[in-house]
Design a protein around this ligand. Structure first.
Ligand code: NDP
Length: 325
């Protein structure tokens, strides 16, 4: 595994990180989840990403992780970089979601209990809150870091303007914003026209989620919807109607390009997000040991040629804005 510096901080992240959004809930097999996570760690994937609501049911992915840590990885805590988040609905009533200090502090305390740890390495505000003053939300992140519940603060899915404002407030408070977590993949380019430039200018790291578009950018759905896939699961966030004939055709064409590069489709999709110097890590999910092994090899690939990048833009119907380095 290669490790990349997160913004201008002292922290290095693995080029591939593992998220426990799916496949680590109480509805999933504990033994299987444990096997995937331990294999990831052995491959050098030192960063594990969680959130209060991952499951299902919400909270159970943190419990699964806590059990694996307790039973298998206790002596390796300092080799692991652990993140969690709060922002989406977690418990009933007015204090169970969004961005108040009341919600964020209660939520991190619940997360620490579920995982059985004293602190997480990164705590994120999971989504911008249009109604809570940014000063309150960032003040809560600063408090969570100063009180020892987290080592670093991050934000997720903030727009370029919101990011600039959050970074400025956190800097003033003395707790720099370590990292931003946005969605980014060949089908979803929203970070290219503004956010990446803000993160580069502010020296904030960037870990991109759903780099495989939840599995679409792999060979998973080329022949239909496999029974054990995310799109087939009732609680899966990828809906079958999102796997359109156009997307399938595009992936088929991309797959030919990947093979010519000596990569699998999933590996090319991961190398592609990592081509930007501003992208610190690609945050993947996995439902098998084979998938995580395949994904872990992506960072070793050759750089893209301008012709390959143009072909990817053409196939995915995107206008090239910034090819990165
Ligand atoms: P991906 O785009 O990597 O999708 C993961 C899914 O793709 C897997 O579950 C698997 O699907 C399939 N897959 C993975 N590797 C392969 C492979 N080599 N070949 C074929 N199929 C493969 O990421 P996710 O959507 O899972 O998101 C990753 C993480 O990002 C989450 O776990 C979470 O930590 C974070 N996240 C953050 C959000 C935020 O708001 N901040 C929102 C969403 C995610 P299958 O299960 O069908 O096998």
């Amino acid at each position: 595994m290669s490790y990349r510096r997160c913004g201008r901080s002292g922290l290095l992240l693995p080029a591939i990180s593992l998220g426990l959004w799916h496949n680590f809930g109480a509805v999933d097999s504990y033994d299987h989840a444990r096997a995937i996570l331990l294999r990831a760690f052995d491959l050098g994937i030192t960063h594990i990403d969680l959130a209060n609501n991952y499951g299902p049911p919400p909270g159970s992915a943190e419990e699964t992780f806590g059990r694996i840590l307790r039973e298998e990885l206790r002596s390796h805590r300092d080799e692991l970089l652990l993140s969690t988040k709060a922002g989406y609905r977690m418990w009933p009533g007015p204090y169970g979601e969004w961005g108040s200090r009341k919600y964020l502090v209660a939520s991190i305390d619940q997360s620490l209990r579920r995982m059985g740890v004293d602190y997480v390495d990164i705590f994120y505000h999971h989504r911008p809150d249009p109604d809570t003053p940014m000063e309150e939300t960032m003040g809560a992140l600063d408090f969570i870091v100063r009180s020892g519940r987290a080592l670093y603060a991050g934000i997720s899915s903030y727009s370029p303007d919101e990011t600039r404002a959050a970074v400025a407030i956190l800097r003033q408070l003395g707790t720099p914003c370590l990292i931003h977590q946005p969605v980014y993949n060949m089908f979803n380019r929203w970070i290219e026209p503004g956010l990446l430039q803000v993160l580069e200018a502010e020296a904030v790291g960037c870990i991109v989620f759903s780099p495989l578009a939840q599995g679409l950018l792999s060979n998973r759905y080329l022949e239909g919807i496999p029974q054990n896939s995310r799109a087939a699961k009732p609680h899966g966030f990828l809906r079958p109607e999102e796997i359109t004939p156009e997307k399938r055709r595009a992936v088929q064409e991309l797959y030919t390009l990947a093979l010519a590069r000596g990569q699998t489709m999933a590996q090319m999709a991961l190398s592609w997000v990592l081509r930007h110097a501003a992208v610190t890590s690609a945050l993947v999910g996995a439902s098998s040991i084979e998938q995580i092994q395949e994904n872990a090899r992506a960072p070793a690939a050759a750089p893209f040629t301008p012709q390959e990048l143009e072909a990817i833009d053409r196939i995915t119907g995107q206008t090239a804005r910034d090819h990165g380095g």
